[in-house]
Design a protein around this ligand. Sequence first.
Ligand SMILES: [Zn+2]
Length: 56
Amino acid sequence: MTKQKNKAQEKSTKEYVCKACRMRYPTKTMKDACEAWCNEHHSCNMDIIKDAIGKG
Ligand SMILES: [Zn+2]
């Protein structure tokens, strides 16, 4: 099966990293939510990090 991959699709697989806890997310929205939480509470929100790709 040949599937053409274009640059736009590759861009959508970009990861977003929370600057506070270094957790990685598939979308900027999730990353922003985590970052906002981390900066305010200095701890992780399980509801947010369950959507994380990983840490590092
Ligand atoms: Zn975070």
